[in-house]
Design a protein around this ligand. Structure first.
Ligand SMILES: [Zn+2]
Length: 459
C-alpha cells in the first residue's frame, strides 16, 4: 500500500551512497535538481530556441468545486463569533472586523454584529483571521493531511498519489473530514517507461506514443482525477515523454475539461512543456529563467506552483527555529523537514530571481510545497513557502493570496479561499499580524474547518 505519496517513499529507500553520487534521479523525485551540467541547458538562445508559436486552448475548464454544499453529516457545533479581529479575506485587509461562523459556513462578516444564541465569542484583539489555506502541490497521505490542518492548510492539491482517494473524497462530502485537509488528486502521473516517477514502487501506466494519451487520461478520469499531471524530465538519465505525447496528453485532458499540469524543471524541459497549451507548471524552475521563457509563461497566462522551499537550504528557514511550529509536527516527520537534501546555494540563487521575474511579469504564482519531499512538510511547509515569496518581493498580502484566493480562482474552488458570507467556514486565527510580518503566520492559535474547531495538538 502506498503509505507516502511518491516522493517520501523514494527517500526512504535510497541509499546514502546513491545520495552521495548524486542520487541519479531517485532523489529527483518530484523535484529534481538540475545541477548536472550534462542535462542543463542554459542561456536564452538554448532555452528559447525550441519555442514555437504560442499554443492556445480556448475551451472551458471544469471547476473543482462549483458551489457551496454543506456536508450532511457535519458535526453540530456552536456558532463562533470573532470580535474585532484583523481580517485578511483572501484579497484585502480590514483592521477590525467581526466574523460569525455558523452551520458550517461564514454566516456574517461586518462590524458590531449581534451575537447568535449559544455563540462562543473569540476576542480578536491582536489577532488576524485568514482563510483556510490551499497547498497547490502535495503528495498526500492521511497523517500529512491532519498535520496540514493544524497549520491552517485546509485544502491540498495532490500531484501523485493519495491513499484511499475515493474514501477520502466521500468523507469530505459527507462529514466534512474536519480533522484534516481536504484533498484533490491527479491520482497518477504521465511519464515514459524508466521515466521520472517510476522509481516509487507504485504501479504507473507509462506511455511511449501519443496514441495512448486518450486512453491514459480516461483511466485517470475513472479514478477520480481532478486534473492531469504530466512529467517532462530529462535530467539525471531519466527517459522523458516526447513532445508529441505531451501535446496529446494535454489535449486529452482538455477534452475532459481537466487542467493539464506539467512537471518540468530544467530550461530544456520547460521549453518542451511550453510548446503545449498546458495550464500550469508544477514547479518554479531551478535553473535561472531567461527573459524569453518568463515572457512566454506570462503570455500563455499559465500558473506556476512555487515549490521554492525545496530549493532553499535549511539554514535560511526561520520556521525550523520556532517552537510554535516545530512542537506541532509529528516527531516521525520532523527529520524530513530538517533535511533540505535537494537544495544547494545554486538552486537557491536561481529560485529568488525566478520568482521575482515571474511575479513582475504578472504570472500567477500559487504557493505549493511539494511535501513531503525532504526540506518541506505538510502544513508547516506552507509557512516556509510564503516567507520565501515575501523574500522574492511579494507583499505579505500577495503571498497569502497565493495560498488562498488565487488558487481558489485558478482551480475553480468556488466554496473556499476567501472569508465571505456564504462560503465555507474555513478560517485560521493567527496571533499577530501576518499582513505586515509574514512569519507571524507561525503563531496559529486556532483553525476551524467548516466551522468546526481543529485540534492543534500532535495526535
Ligand atoms: Zn511533487
Amino acid at each position: 500500500m502506498i503509505r507516502y505519496g511518491g516522493c517520501m517513499e523514494a527517500h526512504r529507500t535510497v541509499s546514502r551512497r546513491a545520495f552521495a553520487l548524486g542520487a541519479v534521479g531517485v532523489l529527483a523525485a518530484c523535484s529534481s535538481t538540475n545541477n548536472d551540467p550534462t542535462t542543463t541547458t542554459s542561456g536564452p538562445e538554448a532555452a528559447g530556441g525550441g519555442l514555437g508559436p504560442v499554443p492556445e486552448f480556448t475551451g472551458k475548464l471544469a471547476p473543482l468545486v462549483e458551489g457551496v454544499t454543506v456536508p450532511p453529516d457535519l458535526p453540530v457545533t456552536a456558532p463562533t463569533l470573532f470580535r474585532g479581529v484583523r481580517l485578511f479575506d483572501g484579497e484585502e485587509v480590514t483592521e477590525a472586523a467581526d466574523v460569525i461562523l455558523q452551520g458550517g459556513l461564514v454566516a456574517a462578516v461586518g462590524a458590531g454584529l449581534d451575537e447568535p444564541d449559544g455563540v462562543e465569542v473569540v476576542d480578536g484583539a491582536g489577532h488576524t483571521l485568514v482563510p483556510g489555506m490551499i497547498d497547490s502541490h502535495v503528495h498526500a497521505f492521511p497523517q500529512a493531511q491532519a498535520l496540514a490542518a493544524r497549520f491552517g492548510v485546509l485544502t491540498e492539491l495532490d500531484l501523485f498519489s493519495v491513499e484511499g482517494l475515493s474514501t477520502q473524497v466521500d468523507e469530505q462530502r459527507t462529514t466534512g473530514a474536519t480533522d484534516r485537509a481536504d484533498v484533490f488528486s491527479a491520482t497518477s502521473m504521465a511519464t515514459a517507461p524508466d521515466g521520472h516517477g517510476t522509481q516509487f514502487r507504485v504501479p504507473i501506466d507509462t506511455l511511449t506514443d501519443p496514441s495512448q494519451a486518450v486512453g491514459w487520461v480516461e483511466e485517470r478520469v475513472a479514478e477520480g482525477a481532478a486534473y492531469i499531471k504530466i512529467v517532462v524530465e530529462s535530467g539525471f538519465g531519466w527517459a522523458s515523454l516526447e513532445q508529441d505525447t505531451v501535446a496529446a496528453l494535454v489535449e486529452a485532458a482538455h477534452e475532459h475539461s481537466l487542467r493539464a499540469i506539467i512537471h518540468a524543471q530544467s530550461l530544456e524541459d520547460t521549453t518542451i512543456a511550453l510548446s503545449a497549451p498546458l495550464d500550469g507548471l508544477a514547479h518554479a524552475p531551478w535553473d535561472e529563467l531567461p527573459p524569453d521563457l518568463v515572457a512566454r509563461i506570462a503570455e500563455m497566462g499559465i500558473f506556476v506552483v512555487t515549490t521554492a522551499g525545496l530549493a532553499q537550504p535549511t539554514r535560511h528557514k526561520p520556521a525550523l527555529d520556532d517552537d510554535r511550529v516545530m512542537d506541532r509536527i509529528d516527531p516521525g516527520l520532523l527529520s524530513s523537514f530538517r533535511r533540505a537534501s535537494y537544495a544547494t546555494d545554486a538552486t537557491w540563487a536561481a529560485m529568488l530571481p525566478n520568482l521575482q521575474a515571474l511575479h513582475s511579469a504578472g504570472v500567477s504564482l500559487l504557493a505549493g510545497t511539494d511535501n513531503s519531499n525532504p526540506g518541506t512538510i505538510s502544513g508547516a511547509g506552507m509557512l516556509v513557502e510564503l516567507a520565501i515569496l515575501v523574500e522574492a518581493g511579494m507583499t505579505p498580502v500577495e503571498a497569502m493570496a497565493s495560498a488562498t484566493s488565487l488558487p481558489a480562482d485558478t482551480f475553480g474552488l468556488a466554496d473556499r479561499g476567501r472569508i465571505a458570507e456564504g462560503l465555507r467556514g474555513d478560517v485560521v486565527l493567527i496571533e499577530g499580524d501576518p499582513t505586515a510580518e509574514i512569519t507571524d503566520l507561525h503563531g496559529v492559535v486556532g483553525v476551524w474547518k467548516w466551522g468546526v474547531s481543529v485540534d492543534l495538538d500532535v495526535a
